[in-house]
Design a protein around this ligand. Structure first.
Ligand SMILES: *Cc1c(COP(=O)(O)O)cnc(C)c1O
Length: 383
């Protein structure tokens, strides 16, 4: 049996190719470091790969969510319906607009997507948008939500931080609502350190995002540098949400290998599912047939008995050197949210937060590593 001295198995691991490094070096040598031809080229490549009209690079997914909400007309006094089982950014970005995030519960342990029935019951006169998170790379019910939002004249925003190149009914996630917000943070599927992107088919939303990412200015430094324009106006209050050139170059280089990386993730997830689904006391969310269209960002599992969550994570870490994480503590239970909005009850979200653990997954994970994780879970479930 393996011991605590085994080499650690990390939750995520990142490998860059020689081509990735060369792309960054060439950019650093080019003498132009931010918002230039590499940002433009990556935007075009990403929009083409996902089948959208516009891609707007920004400094983070949080920034993309903020601009997406502003593009949906979200402002002071409005409400944005969001899930609680997500990264805090989904809800925080609504607060940046002066709006109130209203939390809807998730569907349940087998599907952590926002529940459209709950969403329908929460839509009121102040609701301006709904944000769906495609958890772990699997589509939320955005087909149903799109129709619901259309009926009420409100916007559907997609938080696609987990799900670049995942699809629903043949359409890329992030192209179904008014706008999709992507993350290129270090541990995401397509990462460059810090970065994000707003994807949209809507010309006005794209134009707004392009202006607001750079202080509301009507032209960028590159177009002034190249002589395309020689002055600018500021047409509204903007931000510094720009992405720099080395990161865009890294993203563009990595985008080419992304489909391969996702295929490998899918193989690993299928193998995890075949080994884990039979374990007594463990719930494996989603269905086997969902894997083919998921980006397979992370591998979440749930303990049937909430009391086992802490001990199982400890066993994995301390006895088997397997790193795990919790995706996510429920946002509505964060002290900042409880202080501001009081205690709220979202039973399925709370159950998820108290029973989930995220286990290691990355494209170059080996079968031996995977076997060690599975063995360690089997032992730890009943200790
Ligand atoms: C990572 C993440 C974000 C925020 O991304 P940043 O690029 O770090 O701002 C938002 N939503 C979800 C679901 C995420 O996982």
């Amino acid at each position: 049996m393996a011991s605590g001295n085994d080499p650690a198995i990390p939750l995520f691991d990142l490998r860059l190719s020689a081509a990735d490094l060369a792309a960054v070096e060439a950019t650093l040598r080019s003498g132009w470091l931010t918002m230039g031809p590499r940002v433009d080229a990556f935007e075009s490549a990403f929009a083409a790969a996902l089948g959208a009209r516009h891609a707007v690079c920004v400094s983070s997914c949080t920034a993309a969510l903020h601009l997406a909400y502003l593009g949906a007309g979200v402002g002071p006094g409005d409400e944005v319906i969001v899930p609680s089982v997500t990264f805090a950014a989904t809800a925080n970005a609504a607060l940046y607009c002066g709006a109130t995030p209203v939390f809807a519960d998730i569907r349940g342990p087998h599907d952590p997507g926002i529940d459209p029935v709950q969403v329908a019951s929460l839509i009121g006169p102040r609701t301006r948008a709904v944000c769906a998170v495609h958890f772990a790379g699997y589509p939320a019910a955005v087909d149903v939500l799109r129709e619901l939002c259309r009926q009420h004249g409100i916007a559907l925003i997609e938080d696609v931080a987990h799900a670049p190149m995942a699809t629903l009914g043949g359409r890329s996630l992030g192209t179904i609502g008014l706008a999709g917000a992507f993350s290129f943070f270090s541990n995401k599927i397509l990462s460059c350190g810090e970065g994000g992107l707003l994807l949209t088919d809507d010309d006005d939303v794209a134009a707004l995002a392009r202006r607001l990412r750079s202080q509301g200015m009507t032209s960028g430094t590159w177009s002034r540098h190249t002589g395309a324009t020689d002055t600018y106006d500021a047409s509204g209050l903007g931000y510094n949400y720009r992405l720099d050139e080395p990161r865009a170059a890294l993203l563009h280089s990595r985008l080419e290998r992304l489909p391969e990386d996702i295929d490998r993730r899918r193989e690993l997830v299928r193998r995890y599912r075949s080994l884990l689904c039979g374990l007594d006391g463990l719930i494996v969310p989603f269905r086997d047939e969902d894997v083919a269209t998921s980006a397979c960002y992370v591998m979440p599992v749930l303990v049937a008995d909430q009391e086992r969550q802490g001990p199982l994570r400890r066993h994995l870490r301390e006895n088997r050197s397997v790193q795990t994480s919790l995706f996510y503590p429920a946002v509505h239970e964060f002290s900042a949210y409880e202080k501001r909005f009081g205690e709220q009850s979202l039973p399925e979200s709370e159950r998820w937060a108290r029973s989930e653990l995220t286990i290691p997954l990355y494209p170059h994970m080996t079968v031996d590593q995977q076997d060690r994780v599975v063995e360690a879970i089997a032992e730890g479930l009943h200790r």
